[in-house]
Design a protein around this ligand. Structure first.
Ligand SMILES: C[S@@+](CC[C@H](N)C(=O)[O-])C[C@H]1O[C@@H](n2cnc3c(N)ncnc32)[C@H](O)[C@@H]1O
Length: 259
């Protein structure tokens, strides 16, 4: 069984941090992910800002090239090292979302993509976002709600159980749909949310990123047996061979203004 690569908590200590790094690079390359990034960039005002949970640094490099000075912050040293190697001209720092190394009211924008899924206390992180933003500054946070994952399957009940186990295995698996209410609770105004689809019609790209981690999470949670996961996986492979495989989930992009 493939190990779960969704858990970024231990990326620095992991025996194979390369698996996490490869995972991010593959995900980043999907056209629907590029569309999400473009959407977040368009929502940001001019000026200097931070990309929190910057991972391998793609958004920081894009935003810097677009003339918006950006600093990437990530709590993982391995991610920050990798971002620096990839984009040496850009600025990165190792920092947790709840303790950012910026002065109060010093930034024009705050961006975070697929990171709040891994933050157990999102309100604390949003309070930190509010602290570092100047009045009128913009926060943009993009995450899935993993329960929005749907796929063709000959066993929908088993699929539902596997998806639920994956969502529940994450620190904040409903981040996407929780974020507008959390923005409001953290004191942001003019809160908007846009739902963007992520859809794939072949198994290969999503197998290591979604299907295998979901199966592993479901077995680890005791929700299904290894045999059931193997049968489920064979069912998906059959659909794929027939050209009828489809999986989709929703990404939610929430924006808000710091009053
Ligand atoms: C799924 S990756 C997304 C990376 C990047 N935003 C992207 O879209 O490619 C999640 C990232 O969030 C980072 N992360 C998780 N929890 C964090 C926290 N509390 N503070 C800062 N970074 C965090 C992880 O180290 C990882 O690099």
């Amino acid at each position: 069984m493939t190990r779960i690569v969704w858990d970024f908590d231990d990326v620095d200590a992991a025996a194979t941090p390369q698996a996490h790094l490869d995972y991010l690079e593959r995900t980043e390359a999907f056209p629907p992910m590029a569309a999400v990034r473009e959407h977040t960039y368009a929502a940001l005002p001019p000026g200097r800002g931070v990309d929190v949970g910057c991972g391998r640094g793609r958004a920081v490099a894009d935003l810097t090239a677009l003339g918006r000075p950006a600093v990437g912050a990530d709590r993982s040293d391995a991610m920050v090292r990798s971002a620096r190697e990839r984009f040496p001209a850009c600025e990165y720092t190792t920092a947790d979302a709840t303790a950012l190394p910026f002065e109060d009211e010093s930034l024009d924008w705050y961006r975070s993509e697929r990171t709040y899924l891994h933050i157990a206390d999102p309100l604390r992180a949003l309070a930190e976002a509010r602290r570092v933003l100047r009045p009128g500054g913009t926060a943009v946070v993009a995450d899935q709600d993993f329960d929005s994952t749907v796929m063709a399957s000959s066993d929908p009940a088993l699929t539902r159980a596997v998806v639920a186990a994956l969502t529940d295995s994450m620190a904040n698996g409903h981040a996407g749909t929780r974020m507008p209410a959390l923005f409001a609770e953290a004191g942001f105004t003019d809160v908007t949310v846009q739902a963007l689809p992520l859809a794939f019609s072949s198994l290969a790209p999503v197998a290591p990123l979604l299907i295998e981690p979901a199966g592993a999470a479901a077995v680890a949670a005791g929700a299904v047996s290894e045999d059931e996961v193997r049968a489920w996986r064979r069912g998906l492979e059959r659909l794929d061979r027939q050209g009828t495989f489809v999986v989709a989930m929703t990404m939610f992009v929430t924006t808000g203004r710091r009053p």
